[in-house]
Each structure stands twice: as C-alpha cells, then as structure tokens.
Design a protein around this ligand. Structure first.
Ligand code: KIV
Ligand code: NA
Length: 272
C-alpha cells in the first residue's frame, strides 16, 4: 500500500501504480477536515467542488485561483502524510500552456502542495506536457469534467456510445503521453472506464468509473453526509453528520430561548 504511516506521500508516490492496494483519495477544503483524514488517506484533493460544498454555487465554474490557493494553503498546513493536489479552477489554464504555468506555479509556490489537477483530454495534452517538463506534477481529469457543464448540458454520464468511448480512450492515452502522473476518470459507463484502464499504463483514480481503477476518490462532504443538496449515484454516504449538526443547533437555540443556557457552570463568578 502507498499508505505508510508518517512518510510524506508525493505525486511520485502515486505515479505508475497499477493493480496494487487501491489508492484512497478524498477532497478536503479546510484545515480541520484535512487533519482528520491526513493519516487515513493517500491523497487529498483541494477540489474546485468547494464552489458547491462551501460557497453554495450550483456549479464549479465560479471559483477563482485566489480562492483555490487560500484553501490549498489551509489543507497543506494540516497535512504531514497525504499527497495534496489542488485543482486549477476554470479560466486559469485553458487559454495557453503559458497561462497554465503561471497559475500552476502560483499554486505550488503559495500553497506548498504536491501537484495540480486540471480537466480535459487531448485538447489539453500540450499544456500538460508543458507543465510536467517545467516541474509541475499534473493529475488529469477526464470523462465528466464539471467545469465544462455549460457545454455538456448538465452533470451527465459520459462514454455512452462507441464514439464517446473512443474519445475517452484517446483522452486517457493523450494524458499518459503528456506525462500526467495519474488520471481521474469521473462519471462514465463502467465499460468505458475499463477500456481506458486497458489502453493505458498510467495510475487511474475513479469517481463513478470502475472498481478496477487503481484508486478511488469521493467528495468528503458526500462521504460524511454534510452536503445534502443532491446525491450522485456514485456517492456512498458513510455518515450523516448533517443531522447531528442540525440537532446541536436546535438544542442550543431551545436552551437560549428558555434561559437554560448559560447555566452557572458556564459563567464567571455566577450567583456571588
Ligand atoms: O473538485 C472535485 O471535488 C473533483 C473530484 C470530484 C475529482 O474534481
Ligand atoms: Na474538481
């Protein structure tokens, strides 16, 4: 397993892993949640999904580079073990390889993270190669790429017909050839994910893809049951902490309104 006690994991720890103990990934956006998972996962993604989980947006399109850097820095500070990957947000890398390097170098320098992730397939391959050759480890992201929601027409499963599967396989191969150290495959038919795995030797991380991927990632707010606006089919909830949060808030409100809180134990020199 890549999970090895206190040894710091990096992009290179995950690179080239095939068919071993699956790699465990989760998103984190804040220091306390990152600290809670640091010794339990192999990598942490500071995902632009924070637009939805934290900032209440309906897509990931509206988050900027400064916001990603601020959250990335908080997560890196909390981590001694896990490899930390930070998403490049929409609009910060697509225009040119030079734009991507300017954004990626800011992310690496200002957060201290291990790698960046960007969305796209064959069209982004020259950019990935440009970054990797200049010292930026890149995790690729193909299939359902949420930053493209406005051209995809919604969060729709990808790889549904033969032409789409061919494109997905070409995307995976292009990212491997460009030097991506791993590829996230999101929201695709299982058979399509398997074709990408078979056609490449790069480390694959699935989210709604296939159990045959070399690792899996989910959004932590989904896993702990904090994000409840909707649940994609690929999400498994391992806890439902939103209920606990709501319960604690209701109890506090009730006790304030009935003057039960604060009782003497919470006051300085009360009753004297
Ligand atoms: O932003 C994110 O959380 C992601 C994962 C779902 C892969 O990109
Ligand atoms: Na993302």
């Amino acid at each position: 397993s890549v999970h090895s006690g206190t040894k710091k994991l990096t992009a290179m720890s995950l690179a080239g892993r095939r068919g071993e103990t699956p790699i465990v990934g989760l998103t984190a956006y804040t220091a306390p949640i990152a600290a809670a998972m640091d010794d339990k996962v192999d990598f942490i993604l500071v995902g632009d999904s924070l637009a939805m989980t934290i900032y209440g947006e309906s897509s990931t399109v509206g988050v900027d580079l400064d916001t990603m850097i601020r959250h990335g820095r908080a997560v890196v500070k909390a981590c001694k073990h896990a490899c930390v990957v930070v998403d490049l947000p929409f609009g910060s890398y697509e225009a040119s390889p030079e734009q991507a390097f300017a954004s990626a170098s800011r992310v690496l320098m200002e957060t201290g993270c291990d790698a960046v992730k960007l969305e796209g397939g064959t069209e982004m391959a020259p950019t990935v190669a440009f970054l990797v050759k200049r010292g930026v480890p890149v995790m690729a992201h193909i299939g359902l790429t949420p930053q493209a929601i406005n051209t995809l027409g919604g969060f729709k499963t990808q790889g549904k017909d033969e032409a789409a599967v061919e494109m997905l396989v070409a995307d995976g191969k292009a990212m491997e050839e460009a030097g991506a150290f791993s590829i996230v495959i999101e929201g695709v038919m299982e058979s399509a994910a398997k074709k990408v795995i078979a056609a490449t030797n790069v480390t694959t991380i699935g989210i709604g893809a296939s159990a045959e991927c070399d690792g899996q990632i989910l959004v932590v707010d989904d896993v702990i049951g904090l994000f409840a606006a909707f649940k994609p089919k690929f999400v498994k909830r391992y806890a439902s902490i939103l209920g606990d949060v709501e319960g604690a808030i209701s109890d506090f409100a009730e006790e304030v309104r009935t003057r039960k809180f604060p009782s003497e134990e919470f006051l300085f020199g009360a009753g004297k």
